[in-house]
Design a protein around this ligand. Structure first.
Ligand code: NAP
Length: 290
C-alpha cells in the first residue's frame, strides 16, 4: 500500500462550510437567497437518488430548492416552456436539467435553452466556449471543477506535469482536459478508439478516468508516483459502487488516489452548490469570495 487517499467527503464538507457562511451573508446583506431548480424527466432510479441528494444538501445550506418532475412522455414544447419559465423566475439562480434524458429528447437542444447566467452545470455552449477560451466569467461543469479541487490538495503547481484524461464526454472528460491545460499541464485525452491506452497511462503524472467501466484501468498501467482521480461510478451486481480503476492494484503505484465512493461524488455536489451561490451573488451584485 503506497498511495494516500484523497478524501472527497472532507474536502466537500470544508467547501460547504464556507458556502453556508457566504449564503447567510448574501441573504443578510441583499435579501437574496440562492435558488436552485432541477428538471427531472422519467423514473431513472440513479437520477432520483442524485436529485434527492442535491436537494437535501442545498436546503442544508439555506438555499431555496425546487424539483420539477415530468413523465418520459413529456413533449418537447412542454419541456421548453418549463425551462423558459425558470429562466424568467427571479427566485431561481441555478437550473439543472438532470441527465440522461429519455429518448428521443436531445439533451444538447434543451441544455442550450437554459439561460447561460443560470447554467450552473456549465453545459450551455456559451459556458463551454468560455471554458475553452480560458475565460472565468462562465460556469465550469461540476464534476471536473470538483476533480480540480481534489487535485489541488495534492499539487500546488501543475506546470509541466503530464495529465491524461480517459473519456471525452462533454460532462466530464473534455472540460477536465481544458482545466488541466489551463493549469499548465501537458495534456492527452483518450477515448474508446485510443490504441495504446496502457502505454499512454504510464506517461501520466496526473490520471483522470471517466469511462464508466468497472476496474478497467489496471494497476500496472499507472506511472509510479502518479495522482489518480477516479470519476467512474459503476454499480456491481452485489449493489456496491465501484470506480473505473482497479483501486487495490493502483494503490501500489500511486502517491494519491480518490476512493469510490467518497472521492469525486461528494465534490460534484459541493461544486454544484458553489456554482449556484456564485450565480446568486452575480445576480445580486454581491462579491463571491470563498
Ligand atoms: P460517457 O458520456 O458515457 O463517456 C464515457 C467516455 O469513456 C467516452 O468518451 C468513451 O469514448 C470513453 N470510453 C468508453 N470505453 C472506453 C475504453 N475502453 N477506453 C477508453 N475510453 C473509453 O460517461 P461520463 O458521463 O463521462 O461518465 C463516465 C463515468 O463517470 C460514469 O461511470 C459515470 O457514472 C461517472 N460519473 C461520475 C460522476 C460523479 O459525480 N462521481 C459525475 C459524472 C459521471 P467514446 O467517446 O469514444 O465513446
Amino acid at each position: 500500500m503506497r498511495g494516500a487517499f484523497i478524501n472527497g467527503r472532507d474536502l466537500a464538507q470544508t467547501l460547504k462550510t464556507r458556502l453556508f457562511a457566504l449564503t447567510h451573508r448574501l441573504e443578510k446583506e441583499t435579501g437574496i437567497r440562492p435558488g436552485l431548480a432541477v428538471l427531472r424527466i422519467g423514473t431513472d432510479p440513479a437520477s432520483q437518488i442524485y436529485v434527492t441528494r442535491k436537494g437535501a444538501q442545498a436546503r442544508e445550506l439555506g438555499y431555496h430548492f425546487e424539483e420539477h418532475t415530468y413523465p418520459t412522455t413529456i413533449s418537447p414544447e412542454v419541456l421548453k416552456t418549463a425551462i423558459e419559465g425558470l429562466n424568467q423566475n427571479p427566485a431561481i439562480h441555478g437550473i439543472i436539467l438532470q441527465l440522461p434524458l429519455p429518448a428521443p429528447l436531445d439533451p444538447l437542444a434543451f441544455l442550450s435553452l437554459i439561460e447561460p447566467a443560470k447554467d450552473v452545470d456549465g453545459l450551455h455552449p456559451l459556458n463551454a466556449g468560455k471554458l475553452f477560451q480560458g475565460l472565468p466569467s462562465g460556469f465550469t461543469p461540476c464534476t471536473p471543477l470538483g476533480c480540480l479541487a481534489l487535485l489541488k490538495t495534492v499539487h500546488s503547481d501543475f506546470k509541466g506535469l503530464t495529465a491524461g484524461v480517459v473519456g471525452r464526454s462533454l460532462l466530464v472528460g473534455r472540460p477536465m482536459g481544458m482545466l488541466l491545460l489551463e493549469q499548465g499541464c501537458t495534456l492527452w485525452m483518450a477515448h474508446s478508439q485510443t490504441r495504446n491506452l496502457p502505454e499512454l497511462c504510464q506517461t501520466a503524472d496526473i490520471l483522470v478516468v471517466a469511462i464508466g467501466k468497472p476496474h478497467f484501468i489496471q494497476g500496472n498501467w499507472i506511472k509510479k508516483g502518479a495522482t489518480v482521480i477516479d470519476v467512474g461510478m459503476n454499480r456491481l451486481p452485489s449493489g456496491d459502487i465501484t470506480g473505473d480503476v482497479d483501486f487495490k492494484a493502483a494503490c501500489a503505484q500511486t502517491d494519491a488516489i480518490t476512493p469510490v465512493p467518497g472521492g469525486v461524488g461528494p465534490m460534484t455536489i459541493a461544486s454544484l452548490l458553489r456554482n449556484t451561490l456564485e450565480a446568486a451573488c452575480r445576480y445580486a451584485g454581491h462579491p463571491f469570495t470563498l
